[in-house]
Design a protein around this ligand. Structure first.
Ligand code: PLP
Ligand code: COI
Length: 341
């Protein structure tokens, strides 16, 4: 596959796709220690046919974005949170965690090396950064690996769903993760298990599906690639509390911003049969999705419309503008969330 060139890119219509950029970052763990990481021009990995990751799924990953500001600087949004979550995911999957301080430095190196691929300010594009960690030891019996590769690639992206345009969603009959399973870890198996439900939902015309809690199918959990929030008719920001969902960094940030706005935010169980009518607005939130308004949710054959299927609601708009304004550097970073590259 040929390396991507800037001349080949249409910044305003990037989509959410892989482009093979000039530089990646790679570091190996063996003999009980990390061996020192470097930028590399190689965007392929060579693995044993018996590598742990290929059979027993020891893989954890992250997703974060670099944003071009109006004055041409580059902002990262809370990269230390991604470092922490990668380490937590690694612990759950019994993998060697990547040192958190080295993580942020490595991300910066990848962004700087591929600087010309950070989309211009105002295009709606950003540089999506994908750090990941895999078990590489050739192993036949089921056991954790003792060698690992940490690798980062980056790719310029546009909107993951439909940007701020409301989309239709449906509630899945499948589970994404087990109760007491790996739902809180950002690990490939959770995404493999969500492929069938997600593709079935897409074929039926929905942007994605919403999973319910795997124990009782009573409470809202999350989407395949984003957390859920609702704004109640009396103006409260509500998002699910569940041990089978990914602890979203966007969610963590919106809880703070919602508090700043006096929306009295709360994380609690949301009982789907009883509470859908209480929400005036609803949305999906995540790094790739940013905030994607849920125009409608189809559940048990009934379509439930929140604010509107065509227009984004006022509270969702306000939250989006503040979050994206901070990320792109248009608004003051009052919470200390921005790292300059
Ligand atoms: N939930 C799932 C399953 C995800 O894949 C993501 C994306 O990372 C999120 C939620 C949102 O998390 P974050 O806001 O940290 O990107
Ligand atoms: C992200 O938002 O970073 C994710 O990993 C979601 C993924 C489904 C693209």
């Amino acid at each position: 596959m040929a390396k991507e060139t800037v001349a080949n890119l249409d910044w305003n219509h990037l989509g959410f796709e892989y482009h093979d950029l000039p530089y990646s970052f790679n570091e190996e763990f063996k003999d009980g220690q990390w061996q020192g990481g470097t930028l590399t021009e190689s965007s392929t990995l060579t693995l044993s046919e018996a590598a742990e990751v290929l059979h027993y799924g020891q893989e954890v990953f992250e997703g974060l974005k670099a944003y071009r500001t109006k004055d041409g600087h580059i902002n990262l949004f809370r990269p230390e949170e991604n470092a922490k979550r990668l380490a937590n995911s690694a612990k759950r999957m019994l993998m060697e965690p990547y040192p958190e301080d080295k993580f942020v430095e490595a991300v910066k190196q990848v962004v700087l090396a591929n600087e010309e691929f950070v989309p211009p300010y105002g295009t709606g594009g950003s540089l999506y950064i994908r750090p990941f960690l895999i078990g590489t030891q050739p192993i036949v019996g089921v056991a954790p690996a003792d060698t690992y590769t940490f690798h980062i690639y980056a790719t310029p992206v546009g909107a993951y769903i439909n940007g701020l345009a409301p989309s239709p969603y449906t509630v899945s009959n499948y589970d994404r993760a087990a109760g007491a399973g790996t739902g809180q870890a950002k690990t490939s198996g959770n995404y493999a298990s969500s492929l069938l439900p997600e593709i079935e939902a897409k074929k039926a015309g929905f942007a994605d599906c919403l999973y319910l809690d795997p124990r009782e199918h009573k409470y809202i959990d999350e989407f395949s690639g984003a957390n859920f929030f609702g704004i109640t008719k009396d103006g409260q920001f509500v998002t699910p509390k569940s041990d089978s969902i990914l602890p979203s960094i966007t969610k963590k940030s919106l809880l703070v911003l919602a508090d700043d706005l006096g929306l009295n935010p709360v994380e609690r169980k949301i009982e789907i049969d009883k509470e859908l009518d209480d929400f005036a607005e609803a949305g999906a939130m995540g790094t790739a999705a940013v905030i994607s308004p849920v125009g409608s949710l189809t559940y048990k054959g009934q379509k439930h419309v929140f604010y509107s299927e065509k227009e984004v609601g006022p509270v969702t708009t306000k939250l989006y503008n503040i979050l994206y304004g901070i990320q792109e550097g248009d608004l003051e970073d009052t919470h200390g969330w921005i790292t300059h590259v």
